[in-house]
Ligand binder design. Structure first.
Ligand SMILES: *Cc1c(COP(=O)(O)O)cnc(C)c1O
Length: 352
């Protein structure tokens, strides 16, 4: 049997995952055979999870966070919708209002939970259009979603305004900072629990947190948010479970705790500074070559690269992807260096 080898990160430019921090790798291996889904048996990893949630609270400016380490942003977003649905059971035809830049996990949430998803247009700079959101919200709305670091353009929605619209309608406000959450503390964007009465938030250690997969994060401002997800667990010593998964990997939990222990806040700040400078440089290089570039706000560059060049770069084994509108997307994750992008530009010059 042929022994397979995973890809290296050398040519991976469009992924939001990265090489985990060495401390995260060690912790993942050590806790591989633990199950935080059964916290009264696996007490050590349960304690690490509590630490991880506390640190995620610090990162998102929430003094007493209620949440857990999810399998990823998808589970966190599905659970945020589920909590809002469960807390507003009086709404008979519940709907969720989100900008069209929202991650496709909200489509899954709507499907699984049988709620209506109202996707509204974004403005010319790819942020939620407030008048469109206002027009879509009604008395059946349970949740208004803001994206803080959108998957395609790295844009941050006007979170305080979205929270106000949500609360005026008696609905909850959820911020999806799955990718942006470990970058935004070092910016002056208004996105976190401190900036607006946000009710719940997604922030993924397995993206910019440099933890191992699977490690997402879901936080609620109020205990009632998490409680709305709890079901009774008859055969376990712990009496209830709020997670969507049952048995889950202690590797993700332990690696998240270890990565944040190593990197929060100085390591993440250094990486934010490095990646931002790299994205600005790369955007300039593309502009000088005559490509249309979407100004990077967070370290993610989208550019108009013609299809034949894109295809030729894929053939040269660059792992790149396109936005829905066909733009090349380069995400400046920790493994993406100036050397990587210089050699990408040389290939681009050769194929265009
Ligand atoms: C990546 C991402 C998700 C999905 O997270 P997974 O960990 O892939 O499930 C959700 N929202 C945003 C904004 C993302 O960038």
């Amino acid at each position: 049997m042929q022994r397979s080898v995973p890809q290296t990160f050398d040519r991976v430019l469009s992924s939001m995952c990265t090489e985990p921090h060495p401390a995260a790798r060690r912790a993942a291996e050590r806790y591989l055979a633990t199950n935080p889904g059964d916290p009264s048996t696996y007490t050590e990893v349960a304690a690490l999870e509590a630490d991880a949630v506390d640190t995620l609270g610090e990162i998102t400016s929430l003094a007493e966070p209620h949440g857990y380490v999810t399998s990823g942003g998808t589970e966190a977003n599905v659970q945020a919708v589920r909590a809002a649905r469960n807390r507003l059971r009086d709404r008979t035809n519940p709907n969720v209002v989100a900008p069209e830049s929202a991650h496709f996990s909200f489509n899954k949430a709507a499907d699984v939970l049988d709620v209506e998803l109202r996707l509204v247009p974004t403005d010319e700079d790819h942020r939620a259009d407030l008048s469109a959101v206002r027009a879509a919200v009604d008395e059946e709305t349970i949740l208004v979603v803001g994206v803080a670091g959108s998957t395609e353009f790295g844009r941050v929605d006007p979170v305080p305004e979205l929270a106000a619209i949500a609360h005026d309608a008696g609905a909850f406000c959820h911020v999806d900072a799955a990718w942006g959450g470990f970058l935004l503390p070092f910016t002056d964007h208004a996105w976190s629990f401190a900036h607006a009465p946000v009710d719940s938030l997604t922030v993924d250690p397995h993206k910019c947190g440099q933890a191992c997969i699977p490690a997402g994060g879901l936080l609620f401002r109020e205990r009632a948010g998490l409680d709305a997800l709890a079901v009774e667990t008859p055969y376990l010593e712990s009496t209830s479970q709020a997670t969507l998964t049952g048995t889950r990997s202690g590797a993700g939990v332990a690696s998240a705790a270890a990565a944040m222990d190593e990197l929060w806040p100085d390591g993440y700040r250094r990486e934010y500074d490095r990646a931002s400078a790299l994205a600005d440089w790369f955007a300039d290089e593309l502009r000088e070559r005559g490509f249309g570039v979407v100004d990077p706000e967070l370290p993610l560059v989208a550019a108009e690269v013609p299809e034949p060049a894109f295809d030729a770069l894929r053939e040269r084994e660059w792992r790149i992807s396109r936005t829905a509108s066909g733009l090349l997307r380069v995400v400046c994750m920790p493994h993406v260096t100036r050397g990587t992008l210089s050699s990408f530009l040389s290939d681009l010059d050769a194929v265009r």
